[in-house]
Structure formats: structure tokens, C-alpha cells
Design a protein around this ligand. Sequence first.
Ligand SMILES: Nc1ncnc2c1ncn2[C@@H]1O[C@H](COP(=O)(O)OP(=O)(O)O)[C@@H](O)[C@H]1O
Ligand SMILES: [Mg+2]
Length: 383
Amino acid sequence: MDKNFNYSSLKLGIIGGGQLGKIMSQKAKKMGFHVTILDPTFNCPAAQVSDKHIMGGFHDVEKLEQLVQETDVTTFELEHVETSILKKLYDHGHVIHPSPYVIELIQNKYEQKKLLDKEGIPVPKYKNVLSEQDLASFGFPVIQKTKRDGYDGKGVMMLKSEADIPHAIQSDSFIEELIEIDKELAVIVARNMEGEVTSYPVVEMLFDDRVNICDSVMAPAKISKALEAKVIEISEKSIQVLEGVGIFGVELFLTQSGEVLVNEIAPRPHNSGHYTVEACATSQFEQIIRAVTNLPLGSTKLLSPSVMINLLGEEGYEGEPFIEGIHDALEIPELSFHFYGKTFTKPFRKMGHITVLDDDIDEALAKANKAKKILKVKGSKKI
Ligand SMILES: Nc1ncnc2c1ncn2[C@@H]1O[C@H](COP(=O)(O)OP(=O)(O)O)[C@@H](O)[C@H]1O
Ligand SMILES: [Mg+2]
């Protein structure tokens, strides 16, 4: 895609049709591009706002090929995708970003960590698990993770003592030292085809302890300028060594002793970057489109402090979603409401989010927490 490419007829393909694909598609449509989504679910969030929906799974080789063949550039909203066919197409000159080789590396959290470690990026101490003995080699408590297919805390387990070994994860896994976390930080990093890198502000992620799902995000993080610079430097270096093109969500731990460690990298827009839609000059969703279509990267300037809160499906409900409290919540000034259009809710499913702006971050947090108390996503069936 060179400078003479006719962008008015650009066809973008997105693998994955959830909320990330939906907002990405909306930004692409804003820019006048044609968008095709690949997703197995009829009427998935992104299909509701796109030109074409190829119904197929993320391991459906024929449908993946169809998507790449029919579009000018293919990108991802998720990393758990069959890469063999994508690698073949990429090697034949089809434009796929980030490259399927980068996606493949990131799919395996252990290999990802090994590469970062080898390149001198600070990561928690980790070890491959080949036998039960390996599980005990760091002592207890210890964190065990599946190498593949984990998300939203699924595939992460704490082994408190030897007695937990019989309940340990059985699939291919590794262990990590248990970090005493002061804050969980994240940075969205964009990298274009020329290798130019730009970052968004460092944010702080707050978690729902019950399920390890990122619950809210505070932008900017309450950290010193010096620490912010260090976090950005580590995050950008992580993406440079990966040589990926697109948007990357870098998750980090600030330890209680002040160390900064990279936890994991997502090769796509990230939940911690939802706030950029309202709070930054260019959102992460527009930035990925710019990066993968060889357009200049946009400004990542923070226009206002903000707090983003995920709207998770209420415990005790499933089925057709019902939003409670929307009238009262939307009375709150500078609040922006997103609902993804998923037709089925279940406990802790990400159904939508809100972003609240305020010149004062504590005020933004107070307003967001007020909205969180009011807004509930219930379902047609009690469980
Ligand atoms: N080594 C660790 N020490 C302490 N907590 C951890 C560690 N690794 C992960 N966690 C906790 O588990 C969460 C999920 O782990 P992560 O590897 O990011 O998996 P996921 O793919 O589900 O996001 C982290 O955000 C953090 O709260
Ligand atoms: Mg994570």
C-alpha cells in the first residue's frame, strides 16, 4: 500500500467481531473504508456496523483465506487465530498486520516471555513446567499459566501450597513468581510499517478480584513523571523487539519495591485503551487502522483525564440483556456510554463500558463509580 494507493476504495478485513472489532470498524467506516468481519457468531457486535460478515471460526482455514483474498489489508481484534494459512498468504505478499508470525509468537505466553527476557526487557521470573516437580520449584504461593488460549484471567491460577498441585492446570503451562503488585499499568503502543513508534499515556488498571477481569482504567496513572518515562521506554522497546505493525496493549506490573515488569502483550486494541475514544486526539481504534494501512500515526495526546469502567454481566443472570439505570447514569456529565450489542449476557461477560471525563481525575473516578453503582446489565433469565 504505497502513497499512490486509492484510499477511497480501501477494503479492510478484521478477524474477530467482538467489541474491539466493532469500534475499529466504526472508525474505519468514519474514514470511508469498506469493512469485512470474520466471526462465527451471527449478528456479532462488529457485524452490526460493517459492510460484510464472513461467518466462520478463527480456525476455519478457508474462511480466513477468503477474508484475506477479498480485502486489501487484514488485521486482528484477537490473537487466538489459526496462523498457518495466514503465514502462507503473508509470504505470498498479502498485507496482514501484525504479521501472523508476530501473532503466533504472542499466542504462546511462554515464548513471548522468553523473547522479551532474551532482549533484556524486565519480566517476572518464570519457568517451563515439564513435570509436577517443576510446579514446586519456586516454592509457594506461585502463579501457573497456560501457554495458550488464556484470556480475562482464564488460564491463570494461583497454587497456594503443595496441596493445590492435584488441581493444577493440566495443559501445557509455565509458572511465574507471585509478584507483590503495587499497581497494574498498561500502555497502548502503535508501530507503523516504517518502524515509527508512538505511545499513549500510562494508565492504571483496576481489577475485579472475584474473576481477575480488568474492571476499570484510570488515565493517566497516578505515578511520577520519571516512572512514567521508564514504563513508556520499556513498553516501546517491547514492541520494537517484536517488530509488529499495528496497536499493542502492553500490560505491566509496578511491584511494591518499585520495579517495572512486563506481564504480557496483546497484539491488538486493548481494553485498557477504550478511554482513548473520548479522551485522546486519536483513538487506539483509529490508530490501528492508520498503522496497518500505511497512513501517518495520529496524535496520542490526552485531551482530558478519564476513567473507563467495564459493564460486566451481573452475577445471577443470563440471556437477553436488560440495561438497568441507563436514564440516571446518563445524567452524569461528561459520561459516554458504549453498549456492544451482544445478544446474550452471562455473569462477568463484557457487555459494554462507560468513559467519564473530568479535569480532575479523582472527580472522574467518583463519577464513574457512581455510574457503576447505577448501571446493571441483567438478563432475561435468573440463574
Ligand atoms: N506473576 C504474577 N503475580 C501476581 N499476579 C499475577 C501474575 N501474573 C498474573 N497475575 C494476575 O492475573 C491477571 C491475569 O494474568 P494475565 O497473564 O494478564 O492473563 P490474561 O491473559 O487472563 O489477561 C493479571 O492481570 C494479574 O492481576
Ligand atoms: Mg492480561
